[in-house]
Write a protein that binds this ligand. Structure first.
Ligand code: 6R9
Length: 647
């Protein structure tokens, strides 16, 4: 290490009071050896209406799938995020909102957030929504999204937030899967100076079969244009004003559902993962506080959208449970230009910034001077999530965004895990760029080989987690068998993450990416099966195979191999149509980066598509195709290589 690098690492260490190596090891050991005692202490982070006596019930193994944490505890999530802060933090900003337009800002104190949540909750009640009812949110990044989530939590309703970039088709599928009675939306969402017609998408979704469960659509008006009101629609702002701000929080069991969040898997339709009130909230709050070394005067900005799990745990629930100031950003990092991120940091004196490697790479591509319009002196810690962070992006974050002063917390976790599972956690001096390093307290990672045997010491394998933690999803909404099958059948007795990982000689972990058929495009999870099923629904398509390939900015791009029906002709126009069907079924985030017309697809003799080979061709790694002798028609591979699309 050069002298200046030493000096920088030293400075970073001083700025943070990280858990020392020894403290980490001791506390970690305690969390693993005495989980009951450990979690009994930690659960005191929350305000319970009835303190749990039972801590953990259920171990992976025989009765693995019915996990319960703090099962006799009673609490309310919104009371933990709001009411308990009023005395000490009533006038503290709970949400600082920065609009897409840099001139638009709003500050909402804890007292105001409490009042507005009460009004929103009373409005939901007036519409007949109560305990256990499901409510779908399809919202822009505006404070009302957080308010609606907290209002559901207040009355015991279960929210399902659908990312605003999903299409009406995708929204309809998610509404009908959990049979929502109410949908909450806005007329428009503003992103990068453009408008997304959310309400129009909802209207289209509700014309699709299976959505007649919806009785009301609450619309939070945001735009200037007149709204095309339907008879089921209600102006949420107008109705809220008529409501009392007092709404007693519902007493909920720790295991009662708090929310459902749909995510993609390697097969089938998106899965509605269910998270609980007690274990989830505790885990989100605890990881948020410890991994970001949260302090009372921090101004914390997580740039994720509330439509993803990161937005749930680290824009809304974790920070608010901790009484922190959380920044909500409506726009995109590139608007009006790539200097925006730094300007937002300066404007609000942000101290902790949590973002994705994709966003960092997009800024990095524009050169170091993109940061010239800001100083970023307030920053003291940067976190990343969603994808592996490559060393260049790590160094750009550390040297340029963080002025060489900020530790980088590369956090590995998933929709299913509820909160961070691994992060560097200890002294920044020892951090290795690109490694997520250490398990969080109570988390027991392990590596498995292809035969299902444990890999000890240094090695590469399938990452599993041994034993439960409070934040884990408990089921797939309406399909518990699928939950068991997906997560607990691959390596019985463990939770299967779907990720591969490397453990180095020091015992530190490096996530190497998905080992199943899940893509990670700009940190967004997508199932290849979902995209393929959209493609094969087109009458000209006989077969489709979709794989990821390395992409400089997005991490992964989408590469589709299409075999046409006899008589169908490939053309630019057809390529556009195929992109359109994917956009219609899933959304613009699933844009195909490359389409290759394939005379056939490489298959095993049993008819299984050899994706390994398709991935290699898409990545232009044709020298390492491996064994293709088991293919039913090896000539297909030659043809595919010849016609490979340059991207
Ligand atoms: C939180 C979130 C989960 C998948 C996960 C993995 C990838 C997330 C990562 C990471 C390497 C990190 N992933 N964080 N890979 N390093 N720090 O992103 O949830 O949308 O469910 O995605 O994202 O592949 O399995 P989700």
């Amino acid at each position: 290490m050069s002298q200046s690098a030493h000096a920088m690492a030293g400075a970073a260490q001083k700025l943070r009071s990280p858990i020392s190596e020894q403290d980490y090891r001791e506390r970690y050991r305690y969390s693993i050896e005495s989980p009951e005692a450990f979690w009994r202490e930690e659960m005191q982070r929350l305000d319970w209406m009835r303190t749990p006596e039972k801590i953990i019930n259920g171990h992976f193994g025989e009765n693995h799938s019915r996990i319960k944490w703090f099962e006799d505890g009673v609490l309310n999530v919104s009371a933990n995020c709001l009411d308990r802060h009023l005395e000490r933090r009533g006038d503290k900003p709970a949400i600082i909102w920065e609009g897409d337009n840099p001139d638009h800002q709003r500050i909402i104190t804890y007292r105001e957030l409490h009042q507005q949540t009460g009004q929103f909750a009373n409005m939901l009640k007036a519409l007949g929504v109560g305990r256990g009812d499901t409510v779908t949110l399809y919202m822009p990044m505006i404070p009302e999204a957080a308010i609606a989530m907290l209002a559901c939590a207040r009355i015991g309703a279960v929210h399902s937030v659908v990312f605003g970039g999903f299409s009406p088709e995708a929204l309809a599928g998610r509404i009908s899967d959990c049979a929502s009675r109410v949908v909450i939306t806005s007329d428009i969402s503003r992103r990068g100076g453009k408008q997304v017609p959310l309400k129009k998408n909802v209207d289209e979704a509700l014309a699709i079969k299976g959505t007649d469960c919806v009785e009301h659509v609450l619309v939070v008006p945001c735009g200037e244009a007149p709204i095309d009101w339907q008879s089921r629609d209600i102006d949420a702002c107008a109705m809220m004003k008529e409501q009392s701000a007092t709404c007693d929080p519902e007493a909920m069991g720790a295991e009662n559902p708090l929310f459902i969040l749909y995510t993609s898997g390697s097969t089938g339709t998106p899965k509605g993962l269910m998270h609980t009130s007690g274990g989830y909230l505790l885990y989100a709050a605890m990881t948020h506080q410890q991994i970001f070394d949260l302090r009372e005067d921090d101004v914390y900005w997580c740039a994720a959208d509330v439509g993803w799990v990161t937005g749930h745990s680290y824009v809304v629930y974790g920070p608010l449970a901790n009484g922190a100031t959380t920044v909500m950003f409506e726009g995109v990092p590139s608007y009006p230009d790539y200097g925006r991120v730094g300007e937002v940091i300066d404007r609000h004196n942000i101290t902790i910034f949590y973002t994705s490697p994709t966003a960092i790479r997009a800024m990095m591509r524009h050169g170091d001077h993109v940061m010239d319009s800001s100083r970023r002196d307030s920053l003291r810690l940067i976190g990343t999530v969603g994808e592996p962070i490559n060393p260049q992006a790590w160094h750009f974050s550390h040297q340029i965004i963080g002025n060489g002063r900020c530790p980088i917390m590369d956090t590995w976790w998933q929709t299913e895990t509820g909160g961070h599972m691994m992060a560097p956690l200890t002294d920044v001096d020892n951090v290795k760029p690109g490694a997520t390093m250490r398990p969080f307290f109570g988390v027991r990672p392990a590596l498995m080989d292809a035969e299902g045997q444990h890999i000890e010491g240094e090695g590469d394998g399938s990452l599993v987690i041994e034993g439960s933690w409070p934040g884990q999803a408990r089921t797939i909404w309406g399909n518990h068998e699928r939950f068991e099958e997906t997560y607990f059948s691959t390596h019985p007795g463990t939770y299967f993450t779907g990720d591969g990982a490397h453990r180095d000689a020091d015992g530190d972990y490096w996530i190497t990416g998905r080992i199943d058929d899940v893509l990670n495009v700009s940190g967004h999870r997508m199932g290849t099966a979902e995209i393929e099923s959209a493609l094969v629904a087109h009458p000209a398509v006989a077969e489709a195979a979709v794989v990821g390939f390395p992409h400089d900015v997005k991490g992964q791009g989408i590469y589709a191999y299409i075999t046409l029906m006899q008589g169908a002709e490939s053309s630019e126009a057809l390529a556009t149509e195929l992109n359109d069907v994917v956009r219609r079924d899933i959304g613009a985030i699933a844009k195909l980066d490359a389409i290759q017309w394939a005379p056939g697809l490489p298959k095993t003799r049993s008819g299984k598509i050899m994706r390994r080979i398709l991935r290699k061709i898409a990545a232009n790694e044709v020298d390492s195709l491996g064994d293709i002798s088991t293919l039913s028609d090896p000539d297909v591979v030659e043809a595919l290589i010849k016609e490979r699309i340059q991207h």
